[in-house]
Design a protein around this ligand. Structure first.
Ligand SMILES: Cc1cc2nc3c(=O)[nH]c(=O)nc-3n(C[C@H](O)[C@H](O)[C@H](O)COP(=O)(O)OP(=O)(O)OC[C@H]3O[C@@H](n4cnc5c(N)ncnc54)[C@H](O)[C@@H]3O)c2cc1C
Length: 253
């Protein structure tokens, strides 16, 4: 299995905070290289100044991408809530023109995703992670029904695979979506270089092992760092069953 490292933190409000985030990522990239790990980084633009200084955000990203090039790694731009979807896609487009060491994420729950995927694939070779989406969004923007989001996910995946996406990260722990994805990959005879499954560290480890045993590439998303509260509470809101995991992880034993 390979990994992607997410230094926890979001919604920076000062240049110092954003640069501190960058420094942590620079350290992570050096260490990935020093330890010869098959890993890349996942970044949230709001941690890197997006909400108060877009130019600074782009500058930091460019520096991280340069380091990723030196260390033979890759920068994935996570997708945050809909107030920054367009801005995030625009920044990805701009950087994608400069390098292939950058990718981003699309969320199946957003009604706009199908069109976004279509446009991104028209423009260039593109590297996308597909996930359901974790933020609370209004009905005008997002599908709300559980099966509606599942159906959109499989539609988006098929669109990407048929459209010749460079590489797709299939990010889900949902058994129906995993089975549907495996079925699509088989029917469309998708080569292993064109996709990978992605799962969060510690979640559905049986499903993870099963996919790996069947020969599918799989990347584990590893969140770490001190700013864990926003990340954990969002996941708790989405899936109250994980309260037990969070509480257990907070205890020093
Ligand atoms: C690698 C990766 C990257 C992601 N990046 C983004 C991103 O950039 N932007 C974004 O909006 N969202 C992101 N997400 C979150 C994603 O959008 C979903 O909210 C999340 O994955 C849950 O959806 P699911 O497809 O796993 O299905 P669900 O139906 O929510 O989950 C299926 C089953 O998996 C288990 N499960 C799921 N999540 C957890 C958990 N946290 N802890 C314990 N058990 C769990 C439960 O057993 C659940 O029943 C990412 C998810 C992954 C796996």
């Amino acid at each position: 299995m390979s990994a992607t490292l997410d230094v926890l933190g979001e919604d920076s409000t000062s240049r110092e905070q954003a640069l501190k985030g960058e420094a942590l990522y620079q350290e992570a990239l050096s260490e990935i290289d020093a330890q010869s790990l098959d890993a890349n980084i996942s970044v949230k633009l709001s941690m890197l100044a997006l909400r108060f200084d877009e130019n600074l955000c782009i500058e930091i990203l460019q520096k991280l991408i340069r380091s990723a090039e030196i260390h033979d790694s890759f920068v994935r731009i996570d997708m945050e809530d809909s107030s920054v979807t367009q801005q995030t896609l625009d920044i990805y487009r701009r950087l994608r023109k400069e390098t292939h060491r950058v990718g981003t994420v699309v969320q199946a729950y957003l009604r706009s995703t199908e069109q976004d995927v279509y446009e991104l694939m028209e423009e260039s070779d593109t590297y996308l992670r597909l996930c359901k989406g974790i933020y609370v969004e209004p009905e005008e923007l997002a599908f709300k029904g559980f099966t509606e989001v599942q159906d959109a996910f499989l539609r988006n995946l098929e669109q990407m695979l048929r459209g010749g996406i460079k590489k797709v990260g299939i990010a889900t722990h949902d058994q129906r979506l995993i089975e549907g994805s495996v079925d699509l990959l088989r029917r469309l005879e998708v080569p292993k270089e064109q996709y990978e499954f992605q799962m969060l560290l510690g979640v559905t480890e049986d499903l993870r092992s099963d996919l790996v045993a069947k020969g599918h590439p799989l990347r584990v998303y590893v969140p770490f760092g001190e700013e864990w509260y926003a990340y954990s509470s969002r996941r708790l809101r989405e899936n109250p069953k994980i309260a037990g995991h969070v509480i257990r992880n907070m205890l020093p034993f």
